[in-house]
Unconditional design. Structure first.
Length: 101
């Protein structure tokens, strides 16, 4: 709904599912301290993949932000993107996951 009404974007169920899966993995990864992230756990949780996807989402939503608001500098679009990815979109998916449990 945030994509459709907030960003005026339609995303596929596959894209929404990928975002949900990534959010869940990011939550688990972020809940562990660096001392607990031994190589075995890092591999199991694919923390490198989670970080890589985070970078891709930041870049994607920065581009969307600049498309919607062309006056944004790259730096400001990056800030908006972090707010969307790390805040609104992640929080919304966590709420939905919580309601489904």
């Amino acid at each position: 709904m945030l994509h459709k009404y907030g960003l005026q974007l339609d995303i596929s169920e596959e894209e929404a599912g990928a975002l949900g899966s990534w959010t869940k993995a990011a939550l688990v990864s972020s809940a562990l301290t660096s001392k607990l992230l031994v190589p075995l756990i890092e591999d199991k949780l694919d923390t490198a993949g989670v970080r890589a996807n985070h970078s891709l989402y930041i870049a994607k939503y920065a581009a969307i932000s600049q498309k919607m608001f062309p006056e944004l500098t790259d730096e400001h679009a990056g800030m908006v993107s972090h707010g969307l990815v790390d805040g609104a979109l992640t929080f919304a998916v966590l709420i939905v996951l919580t309601l489904c449990i």
